[in-house]
Write a new protein. Structure first.
Length: 218
């Protein structure tokens, strides 16, 4: 019996993807990285300042803090649902419309897995006062669970070997609706535990990227 060994190559990890290259996304790999095809990558996220919708009655500052593991591109909403003197309550909604948590005005930073938000008290808010926070996805980097800028969230799989050692380089990422041979995945050095890998797999599956058991040819 002859044993055939397949070497690493562009897209070699793909089992299936959408037609017309619709599973792929063109982007930029940030400088200082030299990654192989099949590497799990993340898209850096940036959160803009909170923007008032209309003319809110309240005048306290809404501060946008660190991004969490579940942060996603899109528009988040803060909506006042209970008015109170020197207090009040806001609902914090994700871009998909799901309620993340309630935030009390003047209670300090409200921790959660999306974006840390602080709503300061000034002139009291009224029910219906609304703010939006837009999160955008930018350049790609190797997945790193220790980061808080989006690099901790698996966003796709690098299609081909990409050397950005000396500067930013264009790249292609399989970022949605694809089946991947798990035996050809390259885990970044920062991903060291089974829990971190399981979290990354769940994040990929949320994008329609499924990891299949390794394919063995004989």
């Amino acid at each position: 019996m002859t044993t055939l060994t397949e070497t690493n190559h562009d897209g070699g990890f793909l089992c299936a993807e959408l037609p017309d290259l619709l599973s792929r996304k063109a982007g930029t790999l940030n400088a200082g990285q030299n990654l192989l095809a099949g590497t799990i990558v993340a898209a850096l996220l940036g959160a803009g300042a909170a923007t008032a919708v209309g003319s809110p009655v309240g005048t306290g500052a809404v501060t946008v803090g660190a991004l969490g593991a579940d942060a996603m591109p899109g528009v988040y909403q803060l909506v006042c649902v209970a008015a109170s003197s020197d207090a009040g309550t806001f609902n914090f909604y994700a871009p998909d419309g799901s309620l993340i948590r309630q935030i009390t005005v003047g209670a300090g930073a409200a921790a959660n897995t999306h974006i840390v938000i602080t709503i300061a008290d000034a002139q009291d808010y009224a029910v219906g006062d609304t703010y939006t926070i837009t999160v955008t996805a930018g350049d790609f980097e190797a997945l790193d669970p220790a980061e808080d800028d989006g690099a901790q969230i698996a966003a796709g799989v690098l299609f081909g070997d990409t050397d950005a050692t000396d500067g930013d380089v264009a790249c292609t990422v399989v970022y949605r609706d694809a089946a991947i041979n798990s035996g050809e995945i390259v885990w970044p050095a920062a991903v060291t535990t089974a829990a971190q890998k399981n979290a990354a797999v769940a994040q990929l599956e949320a994008r329609g990227i499924t990891l299949r058991p390794p394919v063995v040819y004989s």
